[in-house]
Each structure stands twice: as structure tokens, then as C-alpha cells.
Design a protein around this ligand. Structure first.
Ligand code: IVH
Length: 668
């Protein structure tokens, strides 16, 4: 066969194999026996071997890449991946509907109800129809590039039916059957079984070797198109239809409902049907159908106002409380935890449940030896619901909190107005260890590979006394620790090194100043821009910031007044840790006389030098408002590459239009 004929045959094979793949994995309706599929795949493999130039990234033979990765690349989402607020009962759903009704003065609207698949959210990017990248949700803004693993999911098309450049989102999951089979094999091999299909799916997609994910039979349902209106679509149900047309797998149990009563009856109908599904669901998602109305409703920082997740009620079980153990957190709070006779709740075996504090133990009248009702809050965190007093024998023991720290034996103090008991010793080993765990966590310095066990070892062995010592660790020292091989040591050192350039807010949050959460750390960083300026700030300067209250201002001043803190910061600085804010400048003063002040701006099309989110943040920092759709109230439209219907509308309405460069010039 000459190369021209080979090229033609390869193309034919792509087409048939993609079609058979689609019928099998997306439609669940195979039209040919497996042997036929295998035969054609073999033919394609042979042709690709003979004519390597014909092997393309979207070839059906390219699902499982050969390369094992070192780490996952971080990727920034074009638009944030929000999560949903929850409803737990009918009343919550009616409240949601009331809020929607109030905001949509236009009157009529309808909802789309979908199953809430219990897996993990992923985003898939296509360029001119070709799959180019898949990522996890991560913290909503930045996720991890798990493209190689996602390519192994056969229901994900490597090429879609029309040459769109688009980002779609959905839930990757492990079907119940695959989960049962996987755990049976793990049991046989003496490996730890996965707690539930969600963990199994997440664990599989976080493997660096794509062959592992390929062996796990994962699947996906797509439930959204990012920036759908740019494709000319006006409803969410239309997005789902577009996804179907492009050969994506969507869930067919969805239903458009015109009233909240219809929604409630749809939700109710799933209580019985749920166990019969071949995959796990943990609720029903309800979304306003019209994209225009979704825009009108908008979103809070965390979740859209146009959607809600109804969560099925948690399963409750009875078990015996055999003891109460105590742990000391990073702020010195001593928390009691119930030890339970192991029991299965909602798919996992539970042996512990937090009791939060002494007051709660009194309130619920919990004694050691009691039979208690357990459930999982939000389906994840085990908690004691109540005691079954009728089952008491008289042998149960009263529990009282200790007077001294279980870790360092300092006296415990109950601060005014608090229910918690605290260890006030800043040198308490438990507090230091927990502080380090916080320092390396995702929203703080984000150092992968430093788990609780490694930190405990580092502390015990005297290698680190405070977080600045992390930056002095050597390969040699790490290799001596248990379970630290060559590769994990290199990865860890790279992660520590990479964290040095983090913007100030991550460091600030990581330091664990009382009352300063991630959001406050960001606000403080935007205002003061350097650690030095913040450390010098007085109460008045701090409270003059709108979002900073008296309590937080006091905590900040007290924190920086401690000589140990100045020392710690000096050590971090000497180690090369960045002490400045790198994010978009607040330019509060500039805002009032900025071009954008008071203007409504719409961003459309693809930007190259900024992400949409960055552009939005920067325009907002200069006093502008960024809206989702073009109307007569729009002052300015920023049109990136391939801008579509919004640009047309702007021209129609005679609204000023800028390109990306002009935006950058003005921002700078
Ligand atoms: S829509 C902005 N639809 O539930 C709306 N989510 O907190 C984004 N999920 O992170 C989500 N099935 O992982 C949507 N049909 C569905 C879903 C679904 C499962 C997950 C998703 C999301 C979480 C909601």
C-alpha cells in the first residue's frame, strides 16, 4: 500500500472506530461484536507502525499514553469552576424558588433537574474540535492537568463532531460494578480497598501513570458548556442537546420542570430509584434553564444563584461509643473525638466522630459505653446525632475534659466567650505540627508531598522547628525519613522551592494569624502589598479597610508585635520566600478616576495575555463592573479572538468595542 492509500484507509478506520466507540461507550448500543472492533484496531495499529507520520493525537489507538508523569501541571480555568449551595429538604427548595422568583422580574422561568453524580468535577478543552486538555476542579480557579488520564475514558471523544473551540464540564465517576470489582481485586492483593466509588475515581485520575487510570473503567457525564451563549445557545437544556450532538455523553434522566412543585415531585421520585442506578448519585441538581436568566441571577464567590443541589438525607446507623480521645489543633484548641465500634455508614467504615467540645458532650449527654446514632454530615464527616438512653446499662462512664494539655501538659484555659479549651503554650509540639500542616496546605503555600506523617517525622527528628526550616531541608536529610524515596524527595524539594514565589496572601494565610482566613489574607495583601508594610500597620490603618473588623485588626497587630514572629519572618525572607503581593493591584485611589469607574464592561471571545478572570478582577479593581451579557446598559465590550454573538449585539447597539491590546494599554 502506498502512503496515499494508507492515509485514506487510516482516515476511514478513524471514522468507523470512533463511531463504534461512540455506540459502545456513549450510547451503550454496540452495533458490532468486540472482535470486529479489535480487528480494525489491529489494522490501524499496523498502518501506524508502517507510516508513523499518520499517527495523530486523536487516533483511537492513542487513548493510553506511554509516558509516566512526574507531577501534574497546574492549569488555570478560563472561568472559575463553582460549586453549588445545598438544599436538604422541601422547604429549602421552596426558599430557593422564592429567591429566584424575586430576582427574575421577567416572570416565567423553568428549571432543568439533573442527577447529581457522585464523582469528581472535570473540565475538558477542545480546540477546533480536537481534545487538547482535561483538568480537575482543584480550588475552583486552578486545577491539575490530568489529560492523559482523562483520555483513557472511552466515552470522552478525542475529536468532536463539529470543529468547536470550547470548554465543557462534567463529572467523572466509577460505575458501581467497576468499583466492586476493583475492591475485590485489591482485597485479593492485600491492598487497601477504596472507601467509595468517588474516592476510587479520584484516586484513579490522580495516578501519574495513565495505564492505571485506563484499567479502572471510569466513565463521565458532561453537564455544562463554559460560555455556552457564545455558541448561540440560549438555554441550559440547549447546552445539553449541543453536547449530545457533538457526541459527548450526557445523562438522560434530566427533566425540564415548569414549577417548583414539579421539581419536588421529580426529586421525590428518585428516593426509590436511586439504588437501582448503575452509578452513585448523592442528590439532584436544579438549574434555571434560561442562560439569560442565569446571568441575571449571577453568582456569589462560591456558587451560582441560579442553581442548587438537593442532597439526599444522610444514612443513620447505631454503634457503641467505646472511648473519647483528645487532639490539639494549630490554635491550641483541644478537641474531643469519639472512638466508635467500627460501623458502615453511607459506604465507608466509621471508627471516629468529632465531638467538637465539652459543651456538646454535655448537651447530648454522651457517656463512654453509650450506644449512639451516627450519620455523616454532608455525607462525609461522621457525627454523633444522639444517645440511645434506653440502651444504657448503668455501666456507662461520665467523661470530663482534662485540665492540662494532653500533648505538653500546660494548663488548659477557656477564653472568655469561647466554648473551647485551649493550650496557650506557643511551643506546644502539637500546635507546631498542626501549624505546619496548615502552612503547606492548598490555599496556603500549597506544598505537595508534605503529609501529616512526614511533618511529624521531621519535627520529631529535630530537622524542623518552625516553618522556615522547611526551606533549609536537604535531599540527604529527606532520604533518611521513612517512606521517602528518591523521586518523592525530588518532588518535595521542587514543591518547596516553587512555593517561594507564591504571592503574599498565600504566605499570610499560611502563617495562621488568628481570624485571618484566606479571603482576609488576600484583602490585606492587596492593600499593603508587602509583609513589611502590613507588619508596620496600626489599628487605624487596618480598620479603615472595609472588610477588616476590630477583632481581626487587633489579632494582626498583636501577631506582628511578637519578637518571635519578626524572627520567623526574617528567617523566611532569608530563605528566599517572596514577601510581596503579585496579584492585580487594588489601586483603590486610582479607581475613582480610572476610565472603568462606574462602567459596565462585557468580555467576550478568547483573550491571550490575560485570563478572563484576571481581566475581570482588574477591571473591578478599577471600579468597573463586568457583566455577562450585552444590553443597552453596557458601556464597553472587550472582544477577544473569535468573539461571536455578543460582539454582533454590541455593534447593533452601537456600543464601544475594544480589542485585548487596547484593554491592556488602559489597564497598565
Ligand atoms: S453543575 C456551577 N450538575 O456537584 C454549577 N454539578 O457542588 C456547577 N455534580 O462540583 C455544577 N452532578 O462536581 C452540576 N449534574 C450536575 C452534577 C454536578 C454532579 C457535582 C460537581 C459540582 C458539585 C456541586
Amino acid at each position: 500500500m502506498d502512503s496515499q492509500a494508507a492515509e485514506k484507509r487510516v482516515q476511514e478506520l478513524h471514522n468507523v472506530l470512533n463511531q463504534y466507540n461512540y455506540e459502545y461507550y456513549v450510547l451503550d448500543q454496540p452495533s458490532v461484536p468486540d472482535s470486529e472492533y479489535d480487528r480494525l484496531t489491529q489494522e490501524l495499529l499496523q498502518l501506524e507502525e508502517k507510516f508513523p507520520e499518520l499517527q495523530t493525537p486523536d487516533s483511537p489507538t492513542q487513548r493510553v499514553g506511554g509516558e509516566v508523569l512526574d507531577t501534574f501541571k497546574k492549569v488555570r480555568h478560563d472561568a472559575p469552576m463553582l460549586s453549588l449551595s445545598n438544599a436538604f429538604n422541601e422547604e429549602d427548595l421552596r426558599d430557593f424558588d422564592r429567591r429566584v422568583k424575586q430576582a427574575l422580574d421577567e416572570g416565567s422561568y423553568s428549571y432543568v433537574c439533573e442527577l447529581k453524580i457522585d464523582g469528581l468535577a472535570v473540565s475538558l478543552k477542545y480546540e477546533n474540535g480536537l481534545f487538547i486538555q482535561g483538568a480537575t476542579r482543584g480550588d475552583g480557579t486552578v486545577g491539575e492537568d490530568i489529560s492523559a488520564n482523562l483520555k483513557t475514558i472511552r466515552s470522552i471523544p478525542l475529536r468532536i463532531k463539529e470543529p468547536y473551540t470550547m470548554e465543557v464540564r462534567g463529572e467523572a465517576f466509577m460505575p458501581k460494578q467497576s468499583f466492586i470489582a476493583l475492591n475485590a481485586t485489591r482485597d485479593e492483593k492485600g491492598e487497601e480497598p477504596f472507601a467509595n466509588p468517588r474516592n476510587a475515581a479520584a484516586g484513579s485520575l490522580r495516578q501519574l501513570d495513565p495505564r492505571i487510570a485506563a484499567s479502572r473503567n471510569l466513565d463521565i457525564f458532561l453537564y455544562g458548556v463554559a460560555g455556552a451563549e457564545e455558541t448561540g445557545i440560549t438555554t441550559h437544556s440547549g447546552s445539553l442537546e449541543l453536547l449530545d450532538r457533538l457526541s459527548f455523553k450526557t445523562n438522560k434522566e434530566r427533566k425540564v420542570c415548569r414549577t417548583i412543585d414539579e421539581v419536588i415531585s421529580y426529586v421525590g421520585s428518585w428516593a426509590d430509584k436511586r439504588p437501582k442506578l448503575p452509578y452513585e448519585i448523592d442528590g439532584i441538581v436544579i438549574k434555571v434553564d434560561s442562560l439569560e436568566q442565569q446571568k441575571e441571577l449571577g453568582a456569589t464567590a462560591k456558587s451560582p444563584r441560579w442553581a442548587i443541589a438537593f442532597k439526599f438525607p444522610a444514612e443513620e446507623v447505631v454503634t457503641k461509643l467505646t472511648g473519647i480521645t483528645l487532639s490539639v489543633g494549630r490554635t491550641g484548641v483541644v478537641t474531643p473525638t469519639a472512638l466508635l465500634q467500627p460501623v458502615k455508614v453511607a459506604g465507608t467504615t466509621v471508627q471516629r466522630a468529632t465531638l467538637h467540645n465539652e459543651d456538646l458532650i454535655r448537651e447530648k449527654d454522651i457517656k463512654i459505653g453509650d450506644f449512639v446514632v451516627i450519620k455523616k454530615a454532608g455525607d462525609i464527616i461522621p457525627e454523633v446525632v444522639n444517645v440511645i438512653a434506653e440502651r444504657r446499662t448503668g455501666e456507662e462512664e461520665e467523661f470530663s475534659m482534662p485540665t492540662h494539655c494532653p500533648e505538653c501538659e500546660s494548663e488548659l484555659i477557656r477564653l472568655e466567650g469561647e466554648v473551647a479549651l485551649r493550650c496557650m503554650n506557643p511551643k506546644c509540639p502539637a500546635q507546631i505540627r498542626e501549624g505546619m500542616i496548615h502552612f503547606v496546605s492548598r490555599n496556603a503555600m500549597n506544598i505537595d508531598g508534605l503529609g501529616e506523617k512526614v511533618i511529624a517525622q521531621l519535627y520529631r527528628s529535630g530537622l524542623v522547628h518552625d516553618v522556615s526550616d522547611l526551606y533549609r531541608l536537604t535531599k540527604e536529610q529527606l532520604l533518611h525519613l521513612e517512606r521517602m524515596g528518591e523521586k518523592s524527595t525530588d518532588n518535595l524539594l521542587n514543591a518547596i522551592e516553587a512555593s517561594k514565589v507564591n504571592s503574599l496572601e498565600k504566605l499570610l494565610f499560611g502563617l495562621g494569624i488568628r481570624h485571618v482566613g484566606a479571603k482576609a489574607a488576600k484583602t490585606l495583601s492587596q492593600h499593603f502589598e508587602t509583609m513589611e508594610a502590613l507588619a508596620d500597620a496600626n489599628l487605624e490603618q487596618l480598620t479603615s479597610i472595609h472588610e477588616i473588623g476590630d477583632k481581626m485588626a487587633e489579632a494582626v497587630v498583636t501577631y506582628f508585635n511578637q519578637p518571635e514572629v519578626s524572627e520567623l519572618i526574617a528567617k523566611l525572607q532569608a530563605a528566599g520566600v517572596n514577601m510581596a503581593y503579585n496579584g492585580p493591584k487594588l489601586a483603590a485611589v486610582a479607581a475613582s478616576d480610572s476610565f472603568f469607574a462606574g462602567k459596565t464592561v462585557v468580555l467576550t471571545g478568547k483573550l491571550h495575555q490575560l485570563t478572563r478572570n484576571e481581566a475581570k478582577e482588574r477591571i473591578e479593581a478599577l471600579g468597573g463592573k463586568v457583566a455577562g451579557s450585552v444590553s443597552k446598559n453596557t458601556d464597553l465590550v472587550i472582544a477577544g479572538e473569535e468573539a461571536g454573538s455578543k460582539l454582533d449585539k454590541a455593534v447593533q447597539l452601537n456600543i464601544e468595542v475594544w480589542d485585548e491590546q487596547k484593554l491592556l494599554d488602559e489597564l497598565n
